[in-house]
Design a protein around this ligand. Structure first.
Ligand code: ATP
Ligand code: MG
Length: 286
């Protein structure tokens, strides 16, 4: 792997509630420039908490209780992400790392047009773009994610779920970040739309060169699109490796269990699980 862009080192996050929950437990991950790192694991294992920690969006009662996150673009001196504050954090978030939130397609503001929601990113992050430049960039971004720019004047309810999710991806791409955290970006979509969006993410990644931290509980899908994969279980990263390695030689019991839980497109049906019968069962003479 080339020198990492993002290094998460021994990160531990707790929710300080009446009964504290350790949601991320000594997790270490490195992501190289332009790489897709996939994170899988069951519901509640801490995937979103990790994503929020990396983008510095965690709110109380969540607290980072240990570890470090370093950001090293183009071999520059590493930036201590957990130490950023105020202005530094504003400059880092969205221009360096952006995020497509879990359930994002329902997070667009219903009373604002697509155009104003895309342009808001340039205003909020003081991009210095003029009004005309902002309009041109919004148009270009929509085209980049495969939506006709005439939809700039549409309201979210006038778009399909797939289109709304593309708008969220356009917003995440707006400031040309080096890394995009995508938290279950396609889970709510039907399989055909999901497939087109995944292909598009891959195409955009090749064209624009950003890295992706891709989060889903769907390991089958993750293995297909990721360069490397990490498996989380109850806050811990129990295994990580190349997609090929995880698929062909998973080491941890839990990874093996996850792999057995979806049918292979090739090879035999697993010994356990549903058997599909395509003919009438034989009748025994009574
Ligand atoms: N605001 C909160 N207060 C207390 N506990 C929380 C809070 N948010 C999350 N948790 C707990 O932290 C753990 C990890 O939650 P998280 O949302 O990170 O999981 P996840 O892997 O993203 O799950 P899913 O696949 O369902 O999205 C869970 O046990 C959850 O109950
Ligand atoms: Mg989540």
């Amino acid at each position: 792997m080339s020198a990492p862009l993002l290094s998460i080192d021994d990160l531990t996050v707790e929710y300080r509630t009446a009964r504290p929950v350790r949601a991320v437990d000594h997790v270490s991950i490195e992501i190289a420039p332009g790489e897709i790192f996939g994170l899988a694991g069951e519901s509640g294992c801490g995937k979103s908490t990790l994503a929020y920690a990396v983008t510095r969006l965690l709110q109380p009662p969540a607290e980072i209780v240990g570890g470090a996150i370093r950001w090293t673009p183009d071999g520059a001196d590493p930036l201590d992400v957990l130490g950023l504050d105020g202005r530094e954090l504003r400059a880092f978030r969205w221009s360096e790392i952006s995020m497509v939130f879990q359930g994002a397609m329902n997070a667009l503001n219903p009373v604002h047009t697509v155009r104003s929601q895309i342009e808001d990113v340039f205003v909020d992050h003081r991009s210095g773009l003029s009004r005309t430049e902002r309009r041109a960039r919004a148009e270009e971004l929509l085209a980049t994610v495969g939506i006709d720019p005439r939809h700039l004047t549409s309201y979210p309810h006038e778009l399909s779920g797939g289109m709304r999710q593309r708008v969220m991806i356009a917003i995440a791409l707006a400031l040309r970040p080096r890394l995009i955290v995508m938290d279950e970006p396609t889970t709510a979509l039907d399989v055909v739309v999901q497939r087109t969006i995944l292909d598009e993410i891959d195409r955009l990644r090749s064209e624009l060169g950003f890295a992706v931290l891709f989060i889903t509980h769907d390991l089958g899908l993750l293995l297909e699109i990721s360069d490397r994969v990490g498996i989380m279980l109850s806050g811990r990263l129990v295994e990580q490796g190349s997609s090929r390695q995880i698929q062909d030689a998973p080491r941890h019991d839990y990874t093996q269990h996850l792999l057995r839980s979806f049918p292979s497109l090739r090879g035999d049906m697993p010994a356990t699980g549903t058997r599909y019968v395509d003919r009438e069962p034989e009748r025994r003479p009574s």
